[in-house]
Design a binder for this molecule. Structure first.
Ligand code: MG
Length: 385
């Protein structure tokens, strides 16, 4: 590890938790210059918005990955060592993470008590991960914690770190995390939205299979009848949907929006930076249950697009979110050509047969398409307020 000052918090599984802020910013407030500090107070993640990102989400690893695939691990190590001081190009989640962390200026104590914490979850060992950490420092991203698990995905640490969103480009890792009912998404090769002059953060969500579970998608999938889908949603309009994989993430985002409102009360000139949009294929009369569901969770969106068959990419190209989440590849393909897009491989639309049929451009039939029901993440239901 060279001369890095490392804070080890090994949970017995061989992983390392590192604080690069100490390592590369020894003069940062709160740290004595050049000293090695072992934290003595536990750092509580309970009330923060915690995001886990793989290096493949933060940076464009195409060149490094090609070396690994072509020449094997030893050459890959050498390649990273030789390019240690060459920052990695920005990846799909870079702009989202940077803007999310900038919202920590809403806290009275941004360093000691941040609203947002982003943890690097890497399958590199600490040595090969050095270039990633140096790249984070190069871009001035205040990510202070990282887990390195050589050759494994550290997604099993999601609950321990109270992570409400894990982003990775690795399809297998994300699918495995979702099967464990963890909130995970695969960043897709997409257009990047990152205008340096624009300080806002725009987040767009599909509703069914992302914020809510796939109950409604199952009805549509089984019946292939839009009328029956609407009847089901109207009949159950007073019954909120069960949470989907990103419900908790939205709730935590909503708390930051409340912090912005608090700031605006004190500083009337303050302009809100965080904007949440729902972009769903639902339309009337099924919109009402979605709105009532969000309300029952204590959250509201700034915008809602009930598109009823209009291509989502058309709206997204104008909305320009810094990240867009959807569970259906059929929407993500066009979306990724205009905005950074994330696949949440949850629910009926991601079961093997449905996925294959969608890839083939064939509408899946209800018979035999459902091999296994995925359950929504187990999380305590919020009291209605
Ligand atoms: Mg959906």
């Amino acid at each position: 590890m060279g001369d890095l000052e490392v804070e080890w918090r090994d949970g017995g599984s061989g992983g390392a938790l590192i604080d690069p802020f100490m390592a590369w910013y020894p003069s940062a407030p709160g740290f004595a210059a050049g000293s090695a500090i072992l934290r003595s107070m536990p750092y509580d993640l309970k009330d923060r918005l915690v995001i886990g990102v793989a290096s493949s989400a933060m940076f464009d690893l195409a060149e490094s990955h090609a070396v690994f695939e072509r020449e094997g691990e030893e050459k890959y190590r050498k390649f990273q060592e030789q390019h240690l001081n060459q920052p990695l190009p920005r990846g799909m989640a870079f702009s989202f993470v940077k803007r999310l962390l900038s919202l920590n200026d809403l806290s009275d104590d941004a360093e000691g008590n941040p609203l947002v914490e982003v943890v690097l979850l890497s399958q590199n060992d600490p040595d090969t991960g050095l270039r990633v950490m140096k790249s984070i420092a190069h871009y001035g991203i205040p990510m202070t914690r990282a887990i390195f698990m050589q050759g494994r995905s550290p997604y099993e640490f999601i609950p321990a770190l109270n992570i409400s969103l894990f982003l990775s480009a690795n399809k297998k890792h994300v699918s495995e995390a979702i099967k464990l009912n963890f909130p995970a998404g695969q960043v897709l090769k997409s257009a990047i939205v990152d205008d340096e002059q624009d300080k806002d953060l725009r987040i767009a969500f599909d509703f069914d299979g992302v914020l809510a579970d796939d109950e409604a998608e199952v009805v549509m999938h089984k019946t292939k009848d839009l009328q029956k889908f609407h009847e089901h949603e109207v009949k159950n309009v007073m019954q909120p949907h069960n949470p989907g994989p990103l419900q908790e993430f939205l709730i935590r985002i909503s708390r930051i929006q409340s912090a912005e409102e608090d700031r605006r009360r004190v500083v009337p000139a303050y302009q809100n930076r965080l904007r949440v949009s729902i972009v769903t294929a639902r339309n009337a009369p099924s919109h009402e249950r979605a709105i009532k569901t969000l309300k029952s969770w204590g959250v509201t969106a700034n915008d809602a697009f009930f598109l009823g068959g209009i291509e989502k990419a058309k709206v997204l190209a104008i909305l320009k979110p810094h990240i867009f989440f959807d569970d259906q590849p059929v929407h993500l393909g066009p979306a990724a050509s205009v905005v950074p897009s994330v696949h949440i491989p949850f629910g009926v639309k991601n079961e093997p047969q449905a996925e294959q049929m969608e890839d083939d451009g064939i509408e899946a039939t209800s018979k035999g398409a459902r091999t296994r029901r995925q359950k929504a993440p187990r999380r305590p239901r919020k009291s209605k307020s």
